[in-house]
Design a protein around this ligand. Structure first.
Ligand code: R5P
Length: 322
């Protein structure tokens, strides 16, 4: 077999449906592997097909349960390296721990960097990620990172919402660049909610910078975790006179009471991608857009050694600098 002639896509247990959808788009069967737990909770993993000399992709968002997802990814990479795969690409549609990307106080770890180190040390040659919380996280890896954007996928659905005199609103200052990219696509104005974080689960909304009165608001964020930031933002824009409110986010982390908060907030549509599987309750006003075709195109190009950045020819460059 010639170098890199074969392509295999495997799924960890955190999002097998997404991996199946990617394979369906590519017209290839999913790689066979058996993943179970030993009685004590340790992972019992075996790849059931030959990968020697192949370009191998493992699809595994490191979403909750974060440590199970992460360790299973590391174990999968180790297994493929020892099975003599030619190249191993970790396809991580949602990269957990991304918010822990700096020391914002003394005596705290930088877990995003730790996770990047672990993935490279396990034996990955490349990472594919979607909407990293901060684009600079690419620099935590000493291996190539193909950073994809969910925006073109979500924008197709946003356009179908038929927003009247839309204004794009970021729920915090940190999300301004992402919101600006959506505003450019929609040729809409931009406003920002002045949010202060008190703890991991508590935020206070102080003000809206910009006039949302009598406008349809498209609230944009990279992730919704507890749902506190976005539901507070939805409420304050409504108080300031917004007509309809639509929530758009790349990653549906949805922990704790997030679904209840989303159901209770005044947004009429909640639009997510499927980078993370929805477990348990689903928001009542949910619309989903799949990243499977985007990931399928990226995997195909990486396997053929073709440009991946050309997938983003229509994307404003400034999103990179968030
Ligand atoms: C913050 O920087 C992020 O972009 C999200 O706004 C935040 O992580 C969402 O968290 P939660 O849903 O818990 O308010």
């Amino acid at each position: 077999m010639k170098r890199g002639e074969r392509l295999r896509v495997f799924a960890g247990r955190s999002h097998p449906q997404l991996a199946r959808d990617i394979c369906a788009h590519m017209g290839i069967p999913i790689g066979e592997a058996s993943i179970k737990d030993f009685p004590d909770g340790e992972i019992d993993l075996k790849v059931e097909c030959d990968v020697r000399g192949a370009d191998v992709f493992v699809v595994q968002p490191t979403s909750p349960p974060v440590h199970d997802s992460l360790f299973e990814l590391l174990s999968f990479i180790d297994c493929l390296r020892r099975a003599s795969a030619e190249t191993i690409t970790a396809v991580i549609p949602y990269f957990g721990y991304a918010r822990k990307d700096r020391k914002d106080e003394g005596r705290v770890p930088i877990n995003a960097k730790l996770v990047a180190n672990l993935i490279a040390v396990a034996g990955a040659h490349r990472v594919v990620a979607i909407d990293l919380h901060a684009a600079q996280i690419q620099g935590f890896f000493d291996i190539p990172v193909d950073h994809l954007y969910a925006r073109p996928v979500l924008m197709e659905k946003v356009r179908e919402l038929g927003a009247d005199r839309p204004i794009v609103v970021s729920p915090d200052v940190g999300g301004t660049k992402l919101a600006r990219a959506y505003a450019k696509d929609l040729r809409a104005d931009l406003a920002i909610v002045d949010k202060r974080r008190i703890s991991g689960s508590e935020t206070v909304v102080e003000n809206v910078v910009g006039d949302v009165n009598n406008r349809d608001v498209v609230l944009v964020d990279d992730m919704i975790s507890t749902g506190g930031s976005i539901s507070d933002a939805a409420r304050i824009v409504k108080e300031r006179g917004a007509k309809r409110v639509f929530i758009v986010a790349s990653h549906a982390v949805l922990c704790g009471d997030a679904v209840k908060k989303l159901d209770a907030c005044p947004a009429e549509t909640i639009l997510f991608t499927d980078t993370i599987p929805l477990r348990g309750q689903r928001p009542a006003k949910l619309v989903q857009a799949s990243v499977a075709p985007l990931l399928a195109r990226a995997i195909d190009r990486i396997h053929r050694s073709e440009s991946v950045s050309s997938l983003f020819d229509n994307s404003p460059r400034d999103i990179e600098t968030r």
